[in-house]
Design a protein around this ligand. Sequence first.
Ligand code: IVH
Length: 669
Amino acid sequence: MTLEEAKKLVEKLRDEINYHNYRYYVLNDPVISDEEYDELMRQLKELEKRFPELITPDSPTQRVGAPPRDGFATVTHSIPMLSLQDARNEDEIREFDARTKRFLGLGPDAVIEYVAEPKFDGLSCEIVYRDGRFSLASTRGDGVVGEDVTPNVRTIRTVPMRLLKKDGAPSYLEVRGEVLMRRTDFEKLNQELVKRGEKPFANPRNAAAGSLRQLDPNITATRPLDFVAWGVGLVEGVELKTHWKAMDMLEDLGFKVSQPRKLCRGIEEVIQFHRSLEEERDHFEYELDGVVIKVNSLELWENLGTTARSPRWALAAKFKPRQRTTKVVNVIYNVGRTGTITPVAILEPVEVGGVIVSRASLHNFDEVERLDVRVGDAVLVQRAGDVIPEVVMVIKEKRTGRERPIPPPDRCPVCGAEAVKDGAYYKCVNISCPAKLVQALKHFASRRAMDIEGLGGKTAELLVEKSLVRDLADVYYLKMKDLLELPGFAQKSAQNLLEAIEGSKNPTLARFIYALGIPNVGEYTAQVLARHFGTWGSLAHATHTELLNIKGIGPETARSVVSFFQEARNLHTVERMFRAGLKVKEEIQTKESPLAGKVVVFTGALSSMTRDEAKALVEELGGTVSNSVSRKTDLVVVGENPGSKFQRAQQLGIKTVKEGEFLRLVGKA
Ligand code: IVH
């Protein structure tokens, strides 16, 4: 066989295979047997093996097998992929119709033609065809720039590699649609993942997104993904007048398109469609979260235009969140990355919109109190935005009297340290609790805390992951050879980090207190404590009553501080830091400070320091900084080009000083 002959045969086989793919995957209506199909594929593979120069990326044999990549390249969409304005009820749908008419200068009795179609809950994607061939696929990303997922999308069987029709097809076509997973496939995939000890996906949408955005397209190829087209981007070579016709064209070109689709005269027909689809939604194989309403005429699209975020010619009319009743069988406590302990209700499993729900977040203890939920209660659960299920209300009529109230946690379920209340949440007081160690380390090193440059989130994760840091104090025992073990670290970067750690060993008391991440103790409270106690030693011995007597310290903060010092592990950690050479600067006694208790306002540009630094300085000296001048202001510091605050200070007769004078006052000049 000559190359020319082989080329013809290869082309013929590809066309045939593409057509049978379409019959099988898009239409669900195959016209040949699986064996016959396999035979065609076998012949094509054979020829491509003999004539490798004939292999093209759009060949049906190339749907799998692309090598993994290091990261996704980016793709700029030629027309931004915007989002949709929402409507939550029928009145809002009617309001959209009225708004559209007003914008077009039409009277209230005019009838607009709309297309109504399902809103699929998946991941939007744009696929480019050049001269009828699949050439590029990207995710929506931020709407302007998406990720290049070409090899991944190539593995989706409902995505044609070649457009079905050659005559009358656009020379350039951008197809937009949703990458989806059927609910049944999602359940199956989750079962497999659990069997293999991997984490299951929360819903079909996440499963579709997680499967598509794989750096290794071979993994995507094993996932049962689907693509349903709902629109076009840029099109060349074909004139389109309506959205309806655009969808017809996509269907003719071999795409699965959004179905059922209805051409509606006026908004009331749209509302009928919305009602019936909402009733039917559980019978669909895909997860739907509403109806998308689009003005049919593309000329009107031009007239209506878009806002910064969404087109004026379309609307997402959402379905109501799906709710079911079930029973709370238990409550467990989860510890988040920040040490926040959240109650989670364990439920009798119940199907909510095609997904089995067996746990629901109760968010926090204020919410537990508000709902008055107890173990044994019958509750209404919903999947809001169809993500994490939540308890909506307790059905109190069903109470038997045997329900048990849910006590707040007194100990952290991960490390056993005391749990203290911080706002609506309970938090673990152990600063090195394994559940929050990465976050704690990141916070400890952050700029406003110990200011260890080079110890950001990524390094914190690595240090904890490699067990180089199991306790915050371990930071001060890191050696060069430890850091060289970490990916991305070389001699120079390791040296820099060690120097930064060394350089952090002499913090102010306020910074050190703040860095420890004690529940309820933010930057301001840390300053109040530092100013009051002056030294670490006296803070460590503070009693609850003593703390409560300090202005600005409430009962929860007092409890946190006392619990912090009662936790032996915390004392041990701090002790190890001191032994490694950490020495806290004693705080200037507030009584001696010229700014103690004073309210200071800055106006104009300072030349010797940033506003942040100036603020820190005032606070270190016991003052507070305010943004506006009032009768309560004690001092206004005037920099270059002062603003209206300067005049206001003069009107109110408040003392003003120039930058130099301020520096002398605070002992910096
Ligand atoms: S039309 C300007 N039609 O919903 C955007 N979108 O919230 C035009 N979606 O990003 C979108 N089904 O991923 C349209 N039938 C449908 C849709 C649909 C699902 C998604 C799409 C979009 C998001 C907007």
